[in-house]
Design a protein around this ligand. Sequence first.
Ligand code: SD4
Length: 337
Amino acid sequence: MSSRRKFIKNTALGTLGAASVFSQLSASETTRIEFKEVKPKKRPLIISTWNHGLAANEEAWNRLKSGSSALDAIVAGVGIPEADPEVRSVGYGGLPDREGKVTLDACIMDKNSDCGAVSFLQGIKHPIAVAKKVLENTPHVMLTGTGALQFALSEGFKEENLLTEKSKLAWEKWLENSKYKPVINIENHDTISMLLLDEEGNLSGGCTTSGAAWKIHGRVGDSPIIGAGLFLDNEVGAAAATGLGEAVIRTAGSAMVVELMRQGKSPNEACKEIVERIYNKHKNHKDMAYLQVGFIAVNKQGEYGGYSLRSGFNYAVYDTEKGNRMEKPDFKMTWKD
Ligand code: SD4
């Protein structure tokens, strides 16, 4: 709950509207409330999922500091793991689907709730940059498959082979048994979601992934879906997900985290409540054996947090107070539980 809401709730005038509360307070009390309401904790603030979030944060931070817009900073930031062949779950070098095709999902959202997304996109190294073009240059929110590729090419993007030798070898090994058993988030190199609170206190976010390895050709996860993999309301906060996309879509995960923050929960509490909900909905589900979900969230005041179902999740935080570092959120259970 924000300090202002807490204050009003705790006062004897708590049942009155804010306007009448203010009219009955002395000038000094009003000043105190106003100060609490607008005081940001830390700005700018950038948080990104997983270890590759560190390099992404660094790039986004430097871009912001040299005057880039928040969306350009996000595109450049998450563009680092997208281009890194060693990051096997995002962009170039990402693990392919069961047909050996690297298919990418991404979305981006700004302070005005404008958003752009691409799903099931092949052959373009930076899907997040295409998602931004969808936001800017089309009347739509999401383009998919060959349509998304056609659009990317018309915007000047270059088509290239994204299947590296290493990922091809991993796919060939998988083909020996062809067992579909998603192993999500265990090795710390997964979807990158980035949330950004800029110096003016405005929120934006982005998310990009090659999705679950060995998925059925055509499968789209939560990451390009606004409300599932990413959501923000500039009046409240922003949230993003990593993990088994099917579970995040079933529960509208990121949108729900934002709604819980709207109701007064802290980012940590909101992430935890949604993870608990996902657990309750899945505890007897066939997906439970390999289910992992993790959320990160930031509110308008600059408080941030995260929570995951299983151990192993971490995220990178960059702020003016402590610089760029990894943080480990709490989790509900270990992989052995
Ligand atoms: C998906 N949510 O496609 C993505 C995968 C992921 O951490 O986030 N892994 O389901």
